[in-house]
Write a protein that binds this ligand. Structure first.
Ligand code: FAD
Length: 316
């Protein structure tokens, strides 16, 4: 069932989570264990991230370098199908502009349709290692709204080279940034670009992580004022180490509230840090449910333990 149908039929706030495909060369067993630890809480859907291929240059002797394409975490589509049919839970593959031509995107969508996948997250992807700014593939999309437009066209039966083809039927999710995307000049422009994704056919948003619920509720209000009416699913992740005080703001362009940052800073042990982060996330989750969030989406980084504790307290 599509994500929007799950949301429409729900009589309570739903639970969903995101996992990463294993690193190339690692088996899938541990990831299945992560999924199994969270299954008792009845996730409405599980997202599987996608990873762009980066280019590495390796010495081959004689001062020569060889260009090596590195796909560190392949298998997004296969994993989505495996989880869907193994556990009977809907899965949502992330689909990137990064590294894909329009033709490859079309083929990937056809494959996903055959696999019974009916919802995709349409994302641009970050600049790959070694690039200062995002560079699309030749004949690839520069921004997520172009990818959304291609999927919407396929949903109308308009393929790239054949005007009359069987329409696909994808529900489309896109990313929203309550504290703005790092490359957007300001909140207003960020919102206008978000609206362009929705106008191109996006059916729902999933937000970047945030740690202050006022940030989410303010974002929802700004979206509604701008005419963005689709469901807005908050994305959540707990702080579990002191290193997160630096890495999360730096990587995701987000703020950590002073109360949380100070408590983590002063915590005497790693276990105390973890407890502070989990308690914060539980309170955040309860506040979001009380405020009417349609679904809580947790970024697991493929590790279930902290998320399981949070979800047990909130949904158990
Ligand atoms: P866009 O919506 O295309 O926006 C990217 C930037 O381009 C923004 O700054 C925007 O303002 C700007 N922009 C948009 N349109 C225009 C225009 N017409 N002209 C000029 N500038 C424009 N990354 C992965 O690699 N794999 C994943 O699986 C993944 N999953 C994610 C899931 C969620 C819920 C979120 C929030 C992020 C995820 N990301 C993932 C990260 C995401 O790929 C990056 O944040 C990326 O930098 C932006 O992606 P986007 O889809 O938001 O891009």
């Amino acid at each position: 069932m599509k994500v929007v149908d799950h949301l429409a039929r729900a009589d309570r706030c739903l639970f969903s989570f995101e996992i990463l495909p294993p690193k190339k060369g690692q088996g899938v067993h541990e990831l299945f264990q992560t999924v199994e630890e969270l299954l008792p809480f009845s996730p409405a859907f599980i997202d599987v991230t996608a990873h762009a291929t980066s280019i590495d240059y390796r010495e081959v002797g004689g001062g020569m370098l060889k260009r090596v394409p590195l796909q560190k975490r392949p298998g997004t589509h296969g994993l989505c199908a495996a989880i869907r049919y193994r556990y009977g839970v809907d899965t949502v593959p992330h689909l990137l502009c990064s590294g894909f031509s329009r033709d490859e995107t079309e083929d990937a969508l056809i494959e996903l349709g055959f696999l019974g996948i009916d919802t995709v997250m349409a994302l641009r992807g970050d600049p790959v290692h070694g690039e200062k700014r995002f560079l699309p593939r030749e004949d690839g999309h520069s921004n997520a709204h172009e990818l959304v437009a291609q999927i919407s066209a396929m949903n109308r039966g308009e393929y790239l080279h054949d005007a009359e083809s069987a329409p696909t039927d994808f529900c489309i999710g896109v990313a929203g940034y309550p504290e703005k995307h790092a490359e957007s000049p300001n909140l207003e422009v960020d919102l206008a670009r978000l609206k362009a994704k929705v106008d191109a056919g996006a059916d729902f948003l999933v937000t970047q992580m945030f740690f202050d619920n006022a940030v989410y509720f303010g974002f929802v209000e700004r979206c509604r004022r701008a005419g963005i009416t689709v469901p807005i699913i908050p994305g959540l992740k707990p702080v579990t180490t002191k290193a997160h005080l630096v890495s999360l703001p730096a990587t995701f362009n987000i703020d950590l509230p002073t109360d949380l940052a100070e408590a983590v800073e002063k915590a005497p042990t790693p276990a105390a840090v973890r407890k502070i982060g989990i308690d914060w996330s539980v309170e955040q989750s309860r506040g979001l449910i009380a405020g009417g969030a349609p679904c809580l989406h947790y970024y697991t980084m493929s590790r279930a333990q902290s998320i399981r504790e949070i979800v047990a307290a909130v949904f158990g």
